[in-house]
Design a protein around this ligand. Sequence first.
Ligand SMILES: Cc1cc2nc3c(=O)[nH]c(=O)nc-3n(C[C@H](O)[C@H](O)[C@H](O)COP(=O)(O)OP(=O)(O)OC[C@H]3O[C@@H](n4cnc5c(N)ncnc54)[C@H](O)[C@@H]3O)c2cc1C
Length: 352
Amino acid sequence: MLDYIVVGLGLSGLAVSEELEKRNRSFVVFDDHSQNSSYVAGGIFNPVVLKRFTLAWKADEQLKISIPFYKNLEDKLQQKFINNWNIYRRFHSVEEQNEWFVAADKPGLSRFLDPGLKKNTNPNLDVPYSFGMVQQTGNIETEDLLNNYITYLQKNDSFINERFDYSKLVSRDGFVEYKDLKARNIIFCEGFGIRNNPYFSYLPLRGNKGEYITIYSEDLDLDFAIKSSVFIMPLGNHLYKVGATYDHQDKTPGVTGQAREKLVKQLGSIIKCDFEVVDQVAGIRPAVADRRPLVGAHPEIKNMFCCNGFGSRGVLIAPSMAPKLLDLMEKDVPLDSEIDLQRFTKKHYKPS
Ligand SMILES: Cc1cc2nc3c(=O)[nH]c(=O)nc-3n(C[C@H](O)[C@H](O)[C@H](O)COP(=O)(O)OP(=O)(O)OC[C@H]3O[C@@H](n4cnc5c(N)ncnc54)[C@H](O)[C@@H]3O)c2cc1C
């Protein structure tokens, strides 16, 4: 008898697995690579909403948990996954510059927003006003991290590289059975794949497709990220990730010419030098209408749980949700109502 079965190894399944290991629980993780939001993500950690200059939901608290979480994974897997660089917000008007000054003075934000304006010195950038600099930001190399983590799980015989077939799951009194496995609990972390899960597909998780292009430009020469109509992130070796798009309609997994054209056009209005598009990726963000995670227990089946709904901020959110879910499961610590999936039970769940 295992303690846990985990379905899905994106950022959610990774955080859940780490929490299980910390608690010395036995578990296996299933993944079939059917979703790739966590793989294609820019991996950016940034506590500030750069449209409005406000603090993102609980970002301060999440930053304190997530950076040590990824540092610990660097030590454990003996590889570097964290890159630190500042984000330069390109202003579009004098009014925006003034709003920046006001925001930078606010107690929660002053740690992150540099109050001075940054003049552009790069001849290959079109910057009509100044930049505002956000600190304590950077990115996690999520694809590398997840690939390394799979190898780590494989060494411990804890990874099963196959599709989890929901029709083979049987719920018994106090445990679940799946093929030849038995486990006390099961946690679903399938991202947008939850739509195929008959136990949790009632939840209002609507996908939001995102696409990035990678460009090569010898002349751009940036060692910070730029946020304007589009995000430009330095990858090293003259490569930059540019994006991402947001599309509520298209739920297909592949890249599109439309997104590529849009990103190239947006980029062309910010940089003045030549560039070549060398790659393009797409994924579906597990977004929820009220922009809060979907964490908690199935309304009827008591040993069945879900950890999902991280939208466009999985890097910061995932490491703080897994301990909350495990505290609920093992110590009966109630979840905050704003993350508890029970907030949707009355309206959306039809009892069996
Ligand atoms: C283009 C793009 C850019 C992004 N940029 C950022 C960013 O810069 N910073 C940030 O914080 N967030 C970013 N995000 C959002 C972030 O990627 C998500 O919040 C996060 O990846 C969600 O993780 P998850 O584990 O819940 O879901 P997923 O990453 O979708 O993982 C779910 C996993 O479950 C597996 N699975 C599903 N069903 C089954 C099944 N039946 N059997 C076996 N396995 C199954 C899938 O294969 C997948 O590996 C971005 C997303 C996109 C698409």
